[in-house]
Design a protein around this ligand. Structure first.
Ligand code: FPP
Length: 257
């Protein structure tokens, strides 16, 4: 269902997910780790569809970190294959639902067929105005910041780097700040994901391992977090993101005179 025009009942524009716990899920069932990835990949499409239905603006999913390159070759190959399969299976649905699809990260080591599929889907969906779906693949947050800084310096010799300028040099600037970061699998860490974008994010850690994560739990988390008070360093009780950012900008201007 295309919900790009749906009025969302929450203020969460950008949701990011660390899909963790696949390996342990499989081990608990006496299967090989990769079986967890296979089952986990089946959950991805359901969550994408739910995010779209809920009127979320951007959904960024951590599918493969720079650190994941250290995993056994056989496991890395399965993750590549699952990404490829997802693109084949879901591309029609992404097109039909007006979803903008992008991959962020270094995908140079992916098989050429998968890179071609990604490139094709990115082009075909680039003008779409619905959910911004991004897979972080071969991605690392520190690397993104360093790259953004270097590119800024290259293009602006002698100029001072500002927060706004750095934002413009991120891999996908229009995703904006993360409002909610969900991590499945029970661990409570950030693992080098969207380090710049999570500055004011709400965090939600669930014990549920990714292959068991359901659309119902996803919706429950969205509803729960929507009731949290987000002050962005202010003292007011307003949870309106835009209001607070506008207010902060205004105050900053007043301070500068
Ligand atoms: C973490 O589980 C998960 C990953 C490293 C990869 C996430 C990938 C998928 C959900 C499948 C890929 C699908 C698509 C469509 C891109 P882990 O292996 O670290 O689990 P553990 O913490 O239990 O060991």
């Amino acid at each position: 269902m295309n919900c790009s025009t749906t009025e969302a009942s929450h203020s969460l524009k950008h949701v990011a997910i660390i899909m963790d716990g696949n390996g342990r899920w499989a081990k608990m069932r006496s299967h090989q780790r990769v079986w967890g990835h296979v089952r986990g990949s089946g959950v991805v499409a359901n969550i994408v569809e739910k995010a779209d239905d809920l009127g979320i603006d951007a959904l960024t999913m951590y599918a493969f970190s720079t650190e994941n390159w250290c995993r056994p070759q056989s496991e890395v190959k399965v993750l590549f294959a699952l990404l490829h399969k997802f693109l084949i299976k879901e591309s029609l649905r992404l097109l039909k639902n007006n979803i903008r699809f992008k991959v962020m990260g270094d995908i140079s080591n992916l098989p050429i067929q998968t890179k071609n599929l990604i490139a094709q889907l990115e082009v075909e969906t680039e003008k779409h105005s619905g959910l911004k779906l991004t897979f972080a693949f071969g991605y690392g947050g520190r690397n993104e910041i360093v790259q953004a800084t270097n590119n800024f310096i290259k293009n602006n010799p002698g100029k001072e780097l500002t927060e706004d300028a750095l934002q413009e040099y991120l891999l996908i600037p229009d995703l904006g700040d993360v409002d909610l970061l969900i991590r499945t699998g029970g661990d409570q860490r950030v693992s080098n994901f969207l380090l710049w974008q999570i500055a004011y994010a709400e965090f939600y850690f669930t014990q549920t391992k990714w292959p068991d994560f359901t659309v119902n739990e996803f919706e429950e988390i969205i509803n729960k977090v929507s009731t949290r008070e987000r002050r962005f360093g202010d003292v007011s009780t307003s949870i309106n993101l835009e209001n607070n950012i506008e207010k902060a900008k205004l105050n900053k201007g007043l301070m500068r005179g």
